[in-house]
Design a protein around this ligand. Sequence first.
Ligand SMILES: [Zn+2]
Length: 153
Amino acid sequence: MLRWLDVLTFAKYSNPEPPRRVEKTAAEWAAELTPAQFRVLREQATEPPYRNAYCRSYEPGRYECVGCRSLLFDSATKYHAISGWPSFTQPAAKSAIRYHFDDSHNMQRVEVRCNVCGGHLGHVFPDGPAPAGLRYCINSESLVRVEENGILF
Ligand SMILES: [Zn+2]
C-alpha cells in the first residue's frame, strides 16, 4: 500500500521502473487520440468537473490508460470524493504510475502520469480515506474502463 511519504519519495528521487515503455511523437499521439484526450494526456489539461465519463461511474472493471492501454486502477479502489473527477485510493500496481512535482497555477501539487507512455492523468493528494490517505484525482479522458469480459465502456 502506497502512502503520501512514498509519493513524495518517488517525486523527489526516483520513480518506479515501468514494466514497458511506449514513446510516440506529438503528431502520432494526435492521430490516435481524440482532441479532448490529447489535451489531457499530452498537454496536461484538466477536463471539466462532473461533466466527464467516469465521475459517477462505479461499475466493476479495470481502468486502463487510453493512450497505451496499460492497467492503471481497479474499480475496487474507486470512491466518491465529491471532487467532480474519478478518484481512487491506490494504483493497480506500484509501477503503473509516475509522480512529478507540479507548481503550476500557483499551487504545489503532485502530478501523476502513466508510467508506460508518460501521459498526464491528474494529481494525487494526501486527503484520501484511511488507511493509506491517498486521493488519486484522475481525468476521465485519460482512462478507459474495461470489464472482466474485455468489453470497453
Ligand atoms: Zn499510458
